[in-house]
Design a protein around this ligand. Sequence first.
Ligand code: NI
Length: 159
Amino acid sequence: MRAPDPATTVARLKAATRDLVALTGSASPERLQKVPVEGQWSAAMVLAHLADAELVYSVRVRMVLTGDRPYLAPYDEQRWVTRFAELDTDPKQCTSRWRALRDANLRLFGSLDDAEWRLTGLHGERGEQSVLQLAGSVANHDREHLDQIRKALSRPSAT
Ligand code: NI
C-alpha cells in the first residue's frame, strides 16, 4: 500500500470535522451520554477521548517539529477515559475543545514544508514516526472512533 501524501492526509483530517458534526450535531446530550452496553463507551466518552487524543498529538507533532528525534510517550487510552472523560460534562463543549485543537493543527499542517513532514520522533511503542505518519494515525484514529460513535448512537435508546 502506498504511503498517503500530506494533501490526502490533511483532507482526511478536515473531513472528520464535517463528519463529527453530521454524526453528533443533532443528538441530545442525554443520547450522547448514554452508555450503549455496560462497559462500552458512550458517544460523549468517545468525544472526550477524541479531544484528549488531539491534545496528545498536538504536543507530539510540535515536539517532533522542534526537537531532535524526540521520545514520544505512549498513553493508556482506557485509563485516560476512565479518569478524565467525566470531567467533560457537556458534549458540545467537548466537541468545541476538539475542534479548536484540530483547527490549530490544520493550520500547523498547512504550514509544513516537505522536510518538516519527514521529521521523526521515537514513539515508545510504534518506534520511529514521521510527522506524516503521526498525522495519518490521527486520521485513522478519527475514522475508528467516528464508527464507534455511529454504533453507539444507532442503538435503540432504552427508556
Ligand atoms: Ni482511541
